[in-house]
Each structure stands twice: as C-alpha cells, then as structure tokens.
Design a protein around this ligand. Structure first.
Ligand code: ADP
Length: 454
C-alpha cells in the first residue's frame, strides 16, 4: 500500500478520499487553491499544500503545481477524484515519469475512452452494442444529412470530446440539423478544444443505466451491477439509484457481461463506469465510458457493501482483486440526491455565500458525503455540488420514504439548494412508480413550479 497520497481535487470527493486513506493507514495530503484554504478537506487531511489561486486553470488544473506538491510532500501516488485532471491522459503520463502512481487506468485507456468516436469504434469492435450513428468524425454537413436520412430523425449531434452533458443538440428534422451543425461544431471547439462531432440516433424514451466495474492489473475484472441515472435535468444527473427499477437479474447479467467485454478490450485497470441507454424493450446501447470514480459511486457501495475508493487505492498499489463475480450480491435499494447550491425556482441559478447553519440528516440508513460545515463559505469558482444525501433501505418504496425523511431533516441556511425540487421529484408519480426516462424531469418541471407559486 502507498505511504502518502496527494489528493488533486476539492469538495466532497477530496473529503471522501481522505477518509479512504485514513481507513487504510495512508497519509493524505490535500492540494488546495486559495479559495479552499478553509475547506473541510484541508481540515481533515494530514497535510495540505496550496497550489495556486482560485481559478482552476491556475490551481486544480495546474499540472506542474500538482506534481511539485506531490514531490515536496513525498507522496507516492496521486488521486485525481472526478472532473479536473481525472480524465487527462497527459497528466497520468507525467505522474508516471516522476515515479508517482496515478490512481486510475493507463494513459492509453483514458485517451481511448476520452474520445467518444474512438470509444464507439472500440466498443463496436469488441461486440458491445452502440447507438446507431456515424462511423467516425462527421466530415461535413452533407455527410450528417445523408446519415440522418439513413437512421431517421430525431438525431443527436455530440461533441467527441464532450462531457458533463454539455454541447449536445437534438435535431428533429433536416432544417434543424442544417441550422445546428455549424454552431455545435464551433461550440465544441470553444468548450472542449476539439471541434469533432459525431451523430447518433436520438433515442426518445430511454433510461440512463450504467455499470460499475472494477479491474486489477492481473486481468481480473468484475461488475458491481447498475445505477439508474435517468433523473436528469438538461442531461445532468440529479437523483441516482441502485438497482434500477427496470433491470431484471437476467438483463443485469447481460449488461454486466457487455461492460466486461469493453473492459477486456482495452485492458482497463481500476474503477470505471460503462454508460448505456436502455430502451423500453430492454435493448441497451453503449454511450461512453468514464475512466474514473463517479459522483454517484456511493449508491453502489451501499448495495454491494464494497468500498470503491479503497479498492481504487488497493488496485493501484498492485493488490489483487479478491472478489469474484459470484461474490457480488446486491442487497436492498440505495438512492442518492445531489444537493447543489442552485435555486430551482430561478432556473437553477447558482447560489453562493456563507452557510450560516448546517444540520445534516442522520438516523437509520442515511449517509451524507459532503464538505459543508457551519460557517463555511461556498466559493463561486467551482461546481455547485454541496452534498450527496444517500439512503439505503430494504426496498425501493422504503428508500423513497427514508430519503424524504432525510431531506426533510436537513437544514442549510444562507444559500439556496435543490432540496425543494428533489422533494418534488420524490413525490412525483413517474418517479414513485420507477417509470423514469431521461426527459421526465424536464416534463414535470412546469408542474412543480406551479405548486411553488401556491
Ligand atoms: P456527456 O459525456 O456529456 O455526459 P453522454 O454521452 O454521457 O454525454 O450523454 C449524457 C446524457 O445525454 C445521457 O445520460 C442521455 O440522457 C443523453 N443522451 C446521450 N446520447 C443520447 C442518445 N443517442 N439518445 C438520447 N439521449 C442521449
């Protein structure tokens, strides 16, 4: 096992990694920006190093500052968390050059899966079903139009280097495709430094179902079942759960096997997620692989009883995966609400400022992953995730009741949060019956806003 790890991240995930380090007897060093001087991660770490000013290009994305911080403090590994440099193949390479273990897969695997076009091609060759669409990068508008005629509208224009649900455009007919093509390309270039687009059939009533995988350096790989992340607003996840109400044991086995085919095809090592869209007929299609720990990993931890972050460390340090597929058992039901610093009544406008009073929920079956404390000031420089409220219960029905109880207990004074909206979702009939698809949140939004006016 490592001696000391540098955590190249912030917020709740930095705290989460500190906790895993401490449970494994590893010293945790937190790299922080000037805006995060008083963060919970800094307080709980064994050591902390300032790596630069608040804007992330000058701190959390500053590779030389991070490598220097690791060397000065004598760290033998770096955990990148999610976001920032977690899917940066070049950073993984630099770590290796300095003899520091990057806690994640190889630079080759990151590079391959970081590009949605390469990802599609690789997965198709491995026998994993993909969404019908373009073979490679779209070369021209004419090619896009021709392809769209073949696969049928609506179609989706997707940035090959995209992430976080940004930059995608749905075209319902040829006129829209013509209208969106050039803008989508220039937006992709501006946002991701890569103007390459791909075209996919837009599947209207699908669920987002993803498979968690773990693989060691010796060719052993298992899957840990699925997470249903269909509760999304503008392609961004807001509630996740495991298991999915739409996945039978038989379908789980098939999706799991497809995910593992993908893992083997790229010699993937460490924790990763294969994302799929699942249609009402039970057909599933690969959309992308995330080569890192994900925000919603704890729902899998709650139903499997496994600690994914600890496994990331153990795998990266060269340990064997000691769990067999047959040992993986999903017990009960887990739900996560991502509590963001946003005002749902004002189009989810970011809300920043001091947390005057914070009282997290507790009691049976509740887990909170958060970096909040009384008096903490939420900086405006980073993403808006404040806390992940998680519950576990024997059944989905009980988990929903428990989540409502937990959110009802939560007190966050000083800024606006998404909790009132999530309360509304938990009461929504579609959610309660488990009939979610990726657009239902958008569809119920006007109704919810009406109830707030009363
Ligand atoms: P990103 O990397 O930006 O998160 P993804 O490819 O993972 O992009 O897709 C994000 C979300 O967009 C999915 O969860 C789903 O809701 C929607 N989506 C992506 N591809 C399709 C598609 N072909 N048809 C319908 N919805 C899609």
């Amino acid at each position: 096992m490592f001696n000391k790890i540098l955590i190249a991240n912030r917020g709740e995930i930095a705290v989460r990694i500190v906790r895993a380090c401490h449970e494994l007897g590893v010293r945790a060093v937190v790299a922080y920006s000037e805006a995060d001087r008083y963060s919970l991660a800094v307080r709980t770490a064994d050591e902390a190093v300032c790596i630069g000013p608040a804007p992330s290009p000058r701190s959390y994305l500053n590779q030389s500052a991070l490598i220097s911080a690791a060397r000065i403090t004598g760290c033998d590994a770096i955990h990148p968390g999610y976001g920032f440099l977690s899917e940066n193949a070049y950073f993984a390479e630099i770590c290796a050059q300095y003899g520091i273990t990057f806690i994640g897969p190889s630079p080759e695997a990151i590079r391959l899966m970081g590009d949605k076009i390469e990802g599609r091609t690789t997965m198709r060759a491995a026998g994993v079903p993909i969404v019908p669409g373009s073979e490679g990068e779209l070369k021209s508008l004419d090619e896009a139009v021709e392809l769209a005629v073949g696969i049928g509208y609506p179609v989706l224009l997707k940035p090959a280097g995209g992430g976080g649900g940004r930059g995608m455009r749905v075209a319902n007919d040829e006129a829209e495709l013509v209208r969106y093509y050039a803008t989508a390309k220039s937006e992709a270039e501006a946002a991701f430094g890569n103007g390459a687009l791909l075209l996919e059939k837009y599947l209207p009533k699908v669920r987002h179902v993803e498979i968690q995988v773990l693989a060691d350096q010796y060719g052993n790989a298992i899957h840990l079942g699925e997470r249903d992340c269909s509760s999304q607003r503008r392609h961004q996840k807001i509630i996740e759960e495991s298991p999915s109400p739409a996945v039978s044991p038989e379908l789980r086995a098939r999706m799991g096997e497809a995910a593992l085919k993908g893992v083997r095809a790229i010699n993937y090592v460490n924790a990763g997620t294969m994302e799929f869209l699942l249609d009402p007929e039970g057909n599933f299609y690969f959309i992308e692989m995330n080569t890192r720990i994900q925000v919603e990993h704890p729902v899998t931890e709650l139903v499997t009883g496994l600690d994914l972050v600890r496994w990331q460390l153990r795998i990266a340090s060269g340990e064997h995966l000691t769990i067999q597929q047959a040992d993986v058992e999903l017990r009960g039901h887990a739900i996560e609400c991502r509590v963001n610093a946003e005002d749902p009544e004002r189009d989810f406008m970011p809300s920043v400022g001091e947390i005057q009073y914070y009282l997290p929920p507790g009691g049976p079956g509740v887990r909170v992953d958060s970096h909040l404390y009384n008096g903490y000031t939420v900086p405006g420089n980073y993403d808006s995730l404040l806390a992940k409220m998680l519950v576990w219960a024997p059944t989905r029905e009980e988990a929903i009741v428990r989540m409502k109880r937990a959110l009802g207990e939560t007190v966050i004074h000083g800024i606006k949060t998404t909790i009132p909206f999530q309360m509304g979702l938990l009461d929504d009939e579609v959610f309660q019956h488990g009939f979610m698809h990726t657009r239902y949140v958008g569809e119920m939004m006007p109704k919810w806003l009406e109830t707030r006016k009363k």
